[in-house]
Design a protein. Structure first.
Length: 354
């Protein structure tokens, strides 16, 4: 063997050794929790939902889950645990569709047979979305973290960005004396946010008034398919789990928007149908807070048309504890009538008269 061939082999061996050594560091530190829970001698920043949530659901110890879109990011697991007597994790997905949230819950149930309670926000405006809608194109998601195919883990283990930004990021985070993010803090967006009418008026562009629309047969079918695939099937397949679901309580500005767009009647019809469908399942406990009119109309609770402060998240837990705003076959008709009367006759123009 000539010296050039020996040199090439040596370079190849050294290169592979360095490569696999660097990959091993990512496996050991595991910033996305793909292989294990956080190591006791390191502190982890938990701040990357679509990369870390799956690992949290696969490897952390818990018996309850809080999930949903950004409407659930301000929940505090410490409050939830105290009220419901559980040990929970919070895995919100900003802007997530029903499908994305459901797929993550399906993986959670497969990974953890101890789950007793799932608290999930059902984004109210997304009831009529297509059942397969996702926020991003498929290639956006780190699918290699979501499956059980070892060979595609090379996208994680030998990823320069993961190594430099996340793996060494954990090490630097620990050196700085910081502590692993709590689930109370994870995803919470309250800091520095402005709330109230001035904040909403800066963001809200009122649409022109359109004719009022009603539910069509295809809308009804779309709603049924969305709920069947992305909510009901999981509840049916797991009768041992109690599902605490709630419609996310948007502000009065949201109601003005859909009233202006001609969608108010259609949205209320969709909600009523959704209620009737979901109330057929004993392990689904469905809540709605849209008849808390004072809360909905108090703009100090909101930073935009949809997003409410963490005080509302706390109040939702207390209402659930006490069984308030729980929809049942006996009371949902009265609730729907009350809601339709209020939002169908509200003087929306008065919001903008001053």
């Amino acid at each position: 063997m000539d010296k050039y061939k020996k040199w090439s082999i040596l370079v190849l061996i050294i290169t592979n050794f360095i490569l696999f050594s660097l990959g091993a560091i990512t496996i050991v530190v595991d910033p996305y929790f793909h292989y294990h829970i956080p190591l006791g001698f390191l502190e982890y920043p938990i701040d990357n939902e679509r990369y870390q949530n799956d690992g949290i659901l696969k490897h952390f110890q818990y018996d309850a889950v809080i999930t949903g879109s950004s409407m659930t990011q301000n929940f505090k697991t410490s409050e939830f645990d105290k009220i419901f007597g559980v040990n929970s994790v919070k895995v919100s997905f900003s802007g997530a569709s029903y499908k994305e949230i459901n797929e993550n819950l399906e993986r959670a149930v497969l990974a953890n047979s101890e789950i007793k309670i799932i608290l999930r926000g059902l984004d109210y405006h997304a009831l009529l979305f297509d059942k397969d809608k996702m926020r991003y194109e498929l290639d956006f998601y780190p699918i290699y973290l979501y499956d059980n195919i070892l060979c595609n883990d090379v996208k994680y283990i030998f990823n320069k960005t993961v190594l430099l930004d996340d793996t060494y990021g954990v090490i630097e985070y620990s050196k700085l004396g910081k502590r692993t993010t709590t689930f109370d803090e994870y995803g919470n967006w309250m800091e520095g946010r402005k709330f109230g009418k001035e904040a909403l008026d800066e963001l809200y562009e009122r649409p022109e008034k359109e004719d009022m629309l009603e539910m069509k047969k295809e809308d009804e079918e779309s709603l049924r398919e969305n709920l069947r695939q992305n909510v009901i099937q999981l509840a049916e397949q797991n009768p041992q789990i109690e599902f605490y679901l709630f419609f996310t309580p948007y502000s009065i500005y949201y109601w003005d928007q859909i009233n202006q767009e001609g969608m108010l009647k259609k949205q209320l019809e969709a909600e009523k149908l959704a209620i009737e469908i979901l109330l057929e399942y004993d392990n689904i406990h469905l809540f709605s807070f849209f008849d808390e009119f004072k809360m909905i109309c108090d703009l100090d609770n909101y930073k935009d048309t949809l997003h409410y402060s963490e005080n509302i998240n706390t109040q939702i837990l207390l209402w659930m504890r006490d069984g308030e705003h729980l929809l049942t076959k006996e009371n949902y008709q009265e609730y729907c009538n009350r809601e339709y009367e209020f939002y169908g006759n509200y003087d929306y123009n008065a919001l903008f008269s001053s």
